[in-house]
Design a protein around this ligand. Structure first.
Ligand SMILES: [Zn+2]
Length: 281
C-alpha cells in the first residue's frame, strides 16, 4: 500500500483555494471521507475563532497565518531499520526541521485565532511496523492520535479537529504545518513543506499499518487528486524503498474530498492494511 499525501501549495502553488471538508467523515469506507473510530467529537482545543480565509465552503491556504518563530531542535533523532519482518522506528518526537514558537505567543496574528497553549516536548517513540504488510479483509477506522510517522521525526494525525471539522483549515500551524497537542506531541495534519521529497517515488514516512506514505506529486510532477485515489486514499503504484523498487497495492482508510488538498492519507493499521508489495527491480 502506498498511502498518499496530498498537499496544498506544493505541486500547484498558485491554486490555494481548497474545499472545506467539515463533517466529511463516515462510518463506512467512502471516497472523499474520513472513517474515524469515534465520531462523537467532544470539541476542545484548536482554533477558537473562524478565520477570514474560510468562506462559502472553501478556504484559502495562502491567506491563512502561520505561527511566528523559528525554533531549532538540534537533538531531534529518528532511526528506521528493518529487523526481520518488522520495520522499527525509534524517534524522540522532535522535528528535524525548525518549528514555530509554542505556546503561541499573545499579540501575534496566530493568537487571534488559535491560542494553542501547548509546548513541544520530546517523547520516546517506538513503532514496530510490518516491513511487508499484507491486505486485510476490510478497511478499518482511524483514531484521532497518531496514524503515521514522517521521516522528519514527526507524527501524522488525521485531518479532523475535535469538532469534526477540517483541521488544516481552522487550526493555526507553523511554517512546517505542525503544532503540538496537550502532551507536547508535535504533529502534522497535512502535507508539510518541510518534508524532503526530492524523489517522488520514495516514502516520506510510514503509516502505522506499515505502508509507505508518498508525497503529493508523482515522478512526472503530476499532482494527485481524489480521482486518483480509492476510498482509503491509496493507490497502486511503484515505490522506491532503499535501493529497490516495489510494486504496491494501496489502500488506506482515509480520503479527502479536496482535489489538491492538505490532507494526509489516513487509514491503515495491521487490521486494515489492504496492500502488499512485490519487488520489481
Ligand atoms: Zn493537531
Amino acid at each position: 500500500m502506498c498511502a498518499l499525501l496530498l498537499s496544498h501549495g506544493v505541486a500547484q502553488a498558485h491554486e490555494t483555494r481548497l474545499p472545506l471538508d467539515d463533517g466529511k467523515f463516515s462510518s463506512e469506507p467512502r471516497r472523499g471521507y474520513i472513517m474515524p473510530c469515534d465520531s462523537r467529537f467532544p470539541g476542545g482545543g484548536g482554533a477558537h475563532r473562524v478565520g477570514e480565509w474560510i468562506r462559502n465552503g472553501y478556504w484559502d491556504a495562502a491567506r491563512k497565518p502561520t505561527v511566528d518563530g523559528d525554533v531549532a531542535w538540534p537533538n531531534a533523532a529518528i532511526t528506521v531499520n528493518v529487523e526481520g519482518t518488522r520495520r522499527v522506528v525509534h524517534a524522540n518526537n522532535l522535528p528535524k526541521h525548525n518549528s514555530g514558537e509554542f505556546p503561541i505567543r499573545p499579540g501575534t496574528t496566530a493568537y487571534q485565532y488559535d491560542r494553542n497553549p501547548n509546548r513541544i516536548r520530546d517523547q520516546q517513540i517506538l513503532l514496530t511496523l510490518p516491513a511487508n504488510p499484507s491486505l486485510a479483509e476490510n478497511p478499518s477506522c482511524v483514531p484521532m492520535g497518531m496514524i503515521g510517522f514522517a521521516l522528519s521525526g514527526v507524527p501524522i494525525f488525521n485531518a479532523l479537529d475535535l469538532l469534526g471539522r477540517d483541521a488544516p483549515a481552522y487550526e493555526i500551524q507553523d511554517q512546517c504545518n505542525g503544532h503540538p497537542e496537550p502532551s507536547g506531541q508535535y504533529h502534522y495534519h497535512d502535507w508539510s513543506p518541510c518534508l524532503t521529497n526530492d524523489d517522488a517515488d520514495a516514502p516520506v514516512g510510514w503509516m502505522l499499518d506499515g505502508f509507505p506514505i508518498l508525497g503529493p506529486v508523482d515522478a512526472r510532477g503530476k499532482a494527485f487528486t481524489n480521482a486518483d485515489l480509492d476510498e482509503c486514499h491509496g493507490r497502486i503504484g511503484t515505490v522506491k524503498i532503499g535501493v529497490a523498487r516495489w510494486r504496491c497495492i494501496t489502500i488506506d482508510s482515509r480520503a479527502s474530498t479536496r482535489t489538491r488538498s492538505a490532507v494526509f492519507a489516513e487509514c491503515a493499521f495491521d487490521s486494515f492494511a489492504i496492500g502488499s508489495c512485490d519487488r520489481v527491480i
